[in-house]
Design a protein. Sequence first.
Length: 168
Amino acid sequence: MLIRDPGTRQVIDSIVYESCLAMNANDWAGFLALCEPESFRYRITNYSPEIQKDQTWMDRDWKGLKSLFDLLPRHNTNNAPLMRHATVYRAEHEADGDTIRVQTLFSLYRTELDGLNSHIVSGRTSLFAVGKYDDRIRLAADGESGRLVSRNVRLETRQIDVGSHIPF
């Protein structure tokens, strides 16, 4: 059943948007604080028309994602900032009545800092990836807050630059 209560919808939207703001700021602890440590699951998936199958690019629980975040400073990666632009389209109660399924479409932009041709590309912003977040959120008993139980990042983009270890 679709969620029509404005207060509940505001709480749900806030969780999704805060997660994007935390990721945009590379605030990994802030992102993880929005997730249930005991049950959170983060996946990146897509469909490949070439092999006509779904692909899973990442599948981590809360601890696994925290380990990835802890290792990011050690990776040789493109340091160009990523910015997520997200729009929540749908929120509905799951059949169990305990969780809410939220569908959000997102665009991920990258602004180049430097590189081989920094005099040409530095400062240029380009579309990096598009897709949707398929989130499960569990609201607190008071309905005033909640946490992510899972996020499946369903990518439409299938060609991602080398050296990008930052989740979407």
